[in-house]
Design a protein around this ligand. Structure first.
Ligand code: FEO
Length: 392
């Protein structure tokens, strides 16, 4: 059902409490999410974005309770990904000729997914659409996070509709960010940024600066996932600028996998050494076979140094480490350091191979790493502690 934002704007999206995995199995969404769709009722009626495909019929049925669908003058699709465009097939069967305003790249992504020749109207940055008292201005935001993405600014209401930007996977009965637990909110916003937008930090900075230079008064930021930024909406913009600026906290994250606990013992002793050398540093230890990968990537994003460990297995390293290294590489992180470690029984290639992957992922390599034959005894454990003390 709708939730009123102003006399002219209604939230008509779907809160998905059940969503626990997003992007296939790539992103864990423990707190659920929402697909925010907005209905604007000015002199013209406008629908901004829809919802994820499984909720298409529910969405259209609910929308029919709000409005005669034929009264929708314009549909705006800010991004073609199925979590926002998924109800289009169902909707367009009812109103097949309604114009869909989107970027040229969105025409490609929508046609590529739905294979329909809808009435597309392509827009570019600065294009305007007068809808009565308000005028909508479109702002292309390519690679935030698809080439097709755009934002929409509504002038009299002073609202920026930002699609995935500034969103969070956080289901709530509330509508506004200032109504929910603040720690939860920012944790989810950071998790979202780290797992979806981190590779595009440079573009995030450029786009935010471009919007700031437009001097648009912004009373609210309405993303397409999670809560709306109403109270001091620029706080999330400032956070984004911070995160986009090669973000790091005074944190070291040790990620490892282990077969018979030798590499785990090394991880724990290395952590001891790190804290010996700096009592203020946060150290997190995560087992990639057991910890959630979305959380691992978020901790990596926050870290100044990561330490990656695996035993040598069949001249390589364990598959959970291979998987997480591939995901870390995709984040395109900069100005972070890394080093590898691991136990072995005979050939012992893992440390060297992990180091090579970390280098390819853009990390500054601290040293050649630490490899240990079989299980660390007391003396070897102390060597791990000393290794940790020198990781800086
Ligand atoms: Fe929320 Fe990129 O879709």
């Amino acid at each position: 059902m709708h939730k009123k934002i102003s006399d002219k704007i209604y939230w008509v999206g779907k809160t998905d409490w059940e969503l626990k995995k997003f992007h296939g199995d790539e992103f864990t969404t423990r707190k659920g999410s929402s697909y925010n769709s907005y209905l604007i009722r000015d002199k013209k009626t406008v629908l901004i974005d829809t919802v994820w495909l499984p909720y298409d019929r529910e969405f259209v049925n609910n929308l029919k309770k709000e409005i005669d669908l034929k009264k929708i003058d314009y549909i705006i699709i800010q991004h073609g990904e199925v979590d926002h465009s998924g109800a289009l097939i169902e909707l367009m069967e009812e109103i097949p000729n309604t114009p869909i305003y989107c970027t040229n790249n969105a025409v490609k992504s929508l046609k590529g997914q739905y294979h329909k020749e809808w009435n597309f109207v392509t827009v570019k940055t600065g294009d305007k659409l007068n809808i009565g008292e308000n005028t909508l201005t479109f702002i292309e935001a390519p690679m935030l996070h698809w080439p097709d993405t755009m934002f929409t600014y509504m002038d009299k209401e002073e609202i920026l509709f930002s699609n995935d930007g500034f969103g969070q996977h956080l289901a709530s009965e509330f509508l506004y960010a200032d109504e929910v637990d603040e720690a939860d909110l920012f944790n989810q916003a950071l998790t979202y940024y780290a797992n979806i937008l981190a590779p595009f930090g440079m573009m995030v900075k450029m786009k935010i600066n471009e919007i700031l230079n437009m001097n648009l008064p912004i009373k609210m930021i309405c993303p397409s996932h999670g809560l709306i930024w109403r109270k001091n909406p620029m706080q999330i913009v400032e956070k984004y600028l911070e995160w986009a600026n090669n973000y790091k906290e005074n944190q070291v994250t040790i990620i490892y996998d282990t077969m018979w606990n030798s590499t785990r013992l090394m991880a724990e002793k290395i952590a001891e050494g790190i804290v010996n050398a700096d009592k203020n540093v946060q150290v997190k230890i995560m087992n990639t076979a057991k910890d959630d990968k979305t959380e691992v990537l978020t901790e990596v994003f926050k870290s100044k140094i990561i330490i990656v460990g695996s035993p040598t297995v069949n001249n390589g390293y364990l598959h959970s480490i291979a998987g997480i290294l591939e995901m870390i590489k995709g984040m395109k992180l900069k100005e972070k350091k890394a080093v590898a470690f691991g136990s072995y029984g005979w050939s012992g290639e893992a440390v060297k191979l992990i180091t090579e992957e970390l280098k390819k992922a853009g990390f500054e390599i601290i040293n050649d790493g630490l490899k240990m034959l079989w299980k660390p005894d007391e003396e070897m454990s102390q060597e791990c502690v000393k290794f940790g003390e020198k990781v800086k």
